[in-house]
Design a protein around this ligand. Structure first.
Ligand SMILES: Cc1cc2nc3c(=O)[nH]c(=O)nc-3n(C[C@H](O)[C@H](O)[C@H](O)COP(=O)(O)OP(=O)(O)OC[C@H]3O[C@@H](n4cnc5c(N)ncnc54)[C@H](O)[C@@H]3O)c2cc1C
Length: 573
């Protein structure tokens, strides 16, 4: 039997980004026994990197804004694949939630008359993105983290959850590796919230942090919970061409231009009305088209320019200090004086663990919130500023739902037995990796996975490319069986951690590929060049990927989209 330490809490939250911390604060305020477990130090989750802001129709700048209008913009932005009641619930909750955060002391930037300031963002009819200069994620994280300290929420850091313990479709807890000791640990819980962030790292060029491996998505999937709409991957228009690090949409919200090699503001040819502030899928495709058609800048013509030089230096210094610093550090350009080289970069995972608007999954006691979940409020394309919002609103809701759940459901008597067995399996997997054949190099396989997805499932996709990716991923899954972890020490063994997770990442890649291959239409971020029209008749439905245990592969089915509020129409900007 594996040598494990055992912890027990009523509610366990995996992940301490904005979703996880929102849930933790809510459950703690309700007096629940709640704990978090995360790879990162709690406040260093990717949410801290969020720059631009968080949406809420406060109507501080444009008086006639409303939750309904916010809901409509979100639904239209989603290319009508979002579930509309869930969208409206989010946009309605947005207003009290931001005011609650304001009361907690989050230092939002202010208008001259002292209200929370709001800037324009892509795809929005009104300036409704609340912000704190360009460090919005970090400041909200700090506020919620302080609340967790105040409520003395136990936070287990440097842990990677490697498996879920489940029996008869009821969760019993999780098995994690403690990176500091290298030992396995069991966390018993009657309710578990997955808040593991995004999956950008299955692709090559991404704005996402190293911890957004996507591995956490497949743990519920392996135990029968479907993944929804995973083919919808957002490419952010303005990743730095040098290393894919993000320059926030706030730069365009503040008035930044996009120019091609002729200095032309090319967005007039694609979205004459909204220009640079069209939704992300449209701007990303426009940039890629400029590059593909030979109007890109630089010796290889492989980027366009983000130009802020017409803005007053004072505006850049006060509203976009981080954007400026990132461009100086990683591209050697000061945006006050010259434009920065940018191109689309993998940014956000619209799909995720399938849950309802109470964040409940199909497994009793298993919840998901934040980027890893799919309710769905983003459909085929997310609007900027709506993700921090989703995390804050539905993270809190998951705190409510689990608090209510644990009042009626205590940790099961057989939980430990189930989790011990699970831990033994995890340990056996680790030993297999230590004692593997070693004819394949795991990190080369990881690089091949990332490359084949970026090349064939990027801004533009077609059957030929996706099929190529499908074959490669299938082959990589076989070759993965022959890898070996060379360093067998247990303390902070990141080689072990990364290669363990690669096994799951390959399954996630497979889910993305299978969904993309079967969706023969052009909707939101999923631009099939061989099917250049949205096909509501055939594809107004969510893709549901189920793990087929017997064949170790994924099976696709579909589920209904909630269209009960707004009639789908053609998306024009
Ligand atoms: C550079 C950048 C800028 C952005 N700017 C904005 C913005 O301005 N506005 C906006 O709305 N959205 C923005 N986004 C998107 C938004 O920040 C994210 O979608 C959101 O913060 C995700 O929060 P989360 O709580 O779901 O996960 P994260 O903040 O990513 O946290 C994930 C957590 O899960 C933990 N974890 C993962 N796997 C495991 C595991 N197996 N075991 C244990 N722990 C695990 C990690 O340690 C981490 O604590 C931005 C994203 C990026 C990358």
């Amino acid at each position: 039997m594996a040598d494990v330490e055992i912890f027990k809490h009523d509610i366990l939250i995996v992940g301490t980004g904005l979703a996880g911390l929102s849930a933790a604060v809510e459950a703690a305020q309700r007096g629940k026994d709640v704990a978090t477990v995360s790879i990162t130090q709690a406040y260093r989750s990717h949410s801290s990197a969020a720059q631009g802001g968080i949406n809420a129709a406060l109507a501080n700048v444009a008086e006639d804004d409303s939750a309904e209008r916010h809901g409509f913009d979100t639904t239209k932005g989603s290319d009508y694949l979002a579930d509309q009641k869930a969208v409206l619930a989010m946009t309605e909750q947005a207003i009290p939630r931001i005011l609650e955060l304001d009361k907690l002391g989050i230092p939002f930037s202010r208008t001259e008359d002292g209200k929370i300031a709001q800037r324009p963002f892509g795809g929005a009819g009104y300036p409704r993105t609340c912000y704190s200069t360009d460090k919005t994620g970090a400041v909200i994280m700090m506020g919620l983290y302080e609340q967790c300290l105040y409520h003395e929420v136990p936070m287990y850091e440097d842990r990677i959850v490697l498996s879920i313990g489940e029996k008869e479709n009821k969760i019993k807890g999780v098995v994690a590796i403690n990176l500091i000791t290298g030992k396995l640990e069991i966390f018993q819980a009657s309710a578990v919230i997955f808040a593991v962030g995004g999956a950008g790292r299955v692709f090559k060029d991404t704005t996402n942090s190293w911890h957004n491996s996507g591995f956490g998505f497949v743990l519920p999937y392996f135990k029968g919970v479907p993944l929804k709409d995973m083919e919808f991957v957002q490419f952010h228009p303005t990743g730095l061409a040098t290393n894919a690090v993000l320059l926030s949409e706030a730069a365009r919200g503040e008035g930044g231009y996009l120019r091609n090699k002729d200095g032309e503001r090319f967005m007039k040819n694609y979205a004459a009305d909204k220009m640079e502030l069209a939704p992300r899928d449209i701007v990303a495709r426009s940039i890629q088209t400029e590059i593909n058609e030979g109007r890109g800048c630089g010796p290889d013509g492989d980027y366009v320019e983000l130009d802020l030089t017409h803005l007053p230096a004072e505006q850049i210094l006060s509203r976009l200090p981080q954007v400026r610093e990132l461009a100086i550090r990683f591209a050697g350009t000061d945006l006050i004086e010259e434009p920065a080289p940018i191109r689309p970069s993998t940014h956000y995972t619209m799909g995720g663990i399938s849950v309802n608007d109470k964040t409940e999954s199909e497994m009793t006691g298993l919840y998901a919130a934040g980027e890893c979940s799919c309710i769905s409020v983003h459909g085929a394309n997310r609007l900027g500023g709506n993700s921090l919002l989703e995390c804050c609103v539905f993270g809190k809701i998951s705190g409510v739902s689990t608090s209510e759940f644990v009042e009626a459901n205590k940790v099961d008597d057989d939980a430990l037995e189930v989790l011990q067995k699970e831990a033994d399996e995890v340990e056996a997997n680790i030993q297999n990796l230590f004692n593997g054949e070693g004819s394949e190099d795991g990190f080369k396989l990881m690089a091949e996975m990332q490359k084949v997805l970026s090349k064939n499932l990027g801004v533009f996709r077609n059957k030929e490319g996706i099929t190529k990716a499908q074959e490669t991923i299938k082959d990589l899954k076989e070759r993965y069986k022959k890898i070996k972890v060379k360093y067998t020490g247990r303390i902070y063994n990141w080689e072990l951690a990364r290669l363990y997770m690669l096994g799951g990442q390959l399954h996630l890649a497979e889910v993305i590929v299978e969904g993309a291959l079967k969706r023969e239409e052009f909707r939101g971020s999923h631009c099939r060049t061989d099917f250049m029209k949205r096909n509501d008749k055939k594809f107004m439905k969510h893709t549901m990927a189920h793990y087929d245990v017997k064949n170790d592969t994924c099976k696709i089915s579909y589920s209904k989209v909630d269209l009960s509020i707004w009639e789908p129409e053609e998306r024009k900007y």
